[in-house]
Ligand binder design. Structure first.
Ligand SMILES: *Cc1c(COP(=O)(O)O)cnc(C)c1O
Length: 365
């Protein structure tokens, strides 16, 4: 029997909930800073140079959030009346407030995605409009990797971006979890940075989050050509993203790149531990368990009850019918085992209901 007042708190809502470690905080405190709007912050400059190098692009720009980074990318690639091809469930289309349409007059052309996030090549091709005044100008293909935790194969990335380029489209990757993809794509190479560069090589621009699995408190980077980043800098300023002594934040991101890259594999192992602990449990179907994200399906109406039960025991997750659990640097094996015990306890008390297969995932943050 699990104690009601548990000493454990296991927050599996997202990999954004991590606390900066003492060593990361020390790196932030020690960071040399300047006014980055004047281009004077050495810690921001160093991070940008490192990210350009890692992703194999000419330049990089530190951003307050992944949303602003993706938005600046879309605004830098597209003009008013252009359109971009994007997954129906992609973050830039679905979870960023429609910013590209609101602020850029950029029309999204959303396409259906398969269970692991890929749009079919034939659908991409069919969505590219001819040069005709009836149509918006199709300008950009936007992919997301990982998508709901799924890493995409290099073959798919190559084929999709080749197809786009053949029609004169630019390509952007929402790589909020690029490094999770890198660590989980052995064909891209054993070194996480080299693998990230390989994935990025298919795209004109890549956005990467430091505030997800890397464990930094704030920030993303947009990486691309000098010309693209110059346009993105103007948009970032307009969007209010010009920051001053932001080297404090950049130092945390640099620390994460130096110390938290290879440990992403530990998060992936924890997700597998969770999925394996749920396998065969009556009432639960593990829908997917890739990289650091586990989705489960439960019976209609049971999701909120399970979430409430877990919360009562200090275990936090998100979802409704499909529940999402995300592993990260502030979770360990004991925490996962405890979460498993809480889930098992719930289903011992609520046996017999059949999980409801769900077509779309819960909100992704
Ligand atoms: C988190 C995330 C973003 C950006 O989110 P912010 O909260 O704005 O930093 C973009 N794309 C994906 C796929 C994400 O998971």
């Amino acid at each position: 029997m699990i104690q009601n007042k548990s000493p454990l708190k296991v927050d599996l809502r997202s990999d954004t909930v991590t606390q900066p470690t003492p060593a990361m905080r020390a790196a932030m405190l020690a960071a040399p800073v300047g006014d980055d709007v004047f281009g004077d912050d050495p810690s921001v400059q160093a991070l940008q140079a490192r990210m350009a190098d890692i992703t194999g692009k000419e330049a990089a720009l530190f951003m307050p959030s992944g949303t602003q980074s993706n938005l600046c990318a879309l605004l830098a690639h597209c003009e008013r009346g252009d359109e971009y091809i994007v997954g129906q469930l992609a973050h830039t289309y679905r979870y960023e407030g429609g910013g590209a349409a609101v602020l850029g007059s950029i029309q999204p052309q959303p396409l259906t995605q398969g269970a692991t996030g890929e749009m079919q090549l034939a659908d991409i091709e069919a969505a590219i409009k001819p040069d005709d005044p009836h149509f918006a100008r199709t300008r950009l293909l936007c992919l997301e990797n990982t998508w709901n935790g799924h890493p995409m194969t290099l073959a798919y990335l190559a084929q999709a971006t080749d197809r786009a380029r053949a029609h004169g489209l630019a390509t952007h990757l929402d790589g909020a979890r690029l490094f999770n993809a890198a660590v989980a794509t052995p064909e891209a190479g054993a070194d996480a940075c080299a693998a990230a560069r390989r994935i990025a090589s298919y795209f004109d621009s890549v956005s990467v989050c430091f505030s997800k699995g890397l464990g930094a408190p704030v920030g993303s980077a947009l990486c691309g050509s000098q010309a693209l980043i110059a346009r993105a800098l103007r948009w970032r300023k307009m969007l209010g993203g010009g920051m001053r002594q932001s080297g404090l934040l950049a130092a945390a991101a640099t620390y994460a790149l130096e110390h938290h890259l290879d440990r992403l594999a530990d998060d992936h192992a924890l997700a597998q531990r969770l999925a394996q602990g749920l396998a065969g449990l009556n009432g639960v179907t593990v829908r997917s368990a890739q990289t650091n994200i586990v989705f489960i399906d439960v019976a209609h109406g049971q999701g909120p009850a399970l979430l409430a039960h877990l919360a009562q025991h200090g275990v936090l997750a998100t979802g409704l019918i499909g529940l999402r659990f995300v592993t990260h640097l502030d979770v360990n094996e004991a925490g996962i085992d405890y979460a498993l015990a809480c889930i098992h306890e719930f289903f011992q008390a609520h046996a017999g209901a059949t999980p409801h297969a769900q077509a779309t995932g819960p909100a992704v943050y």
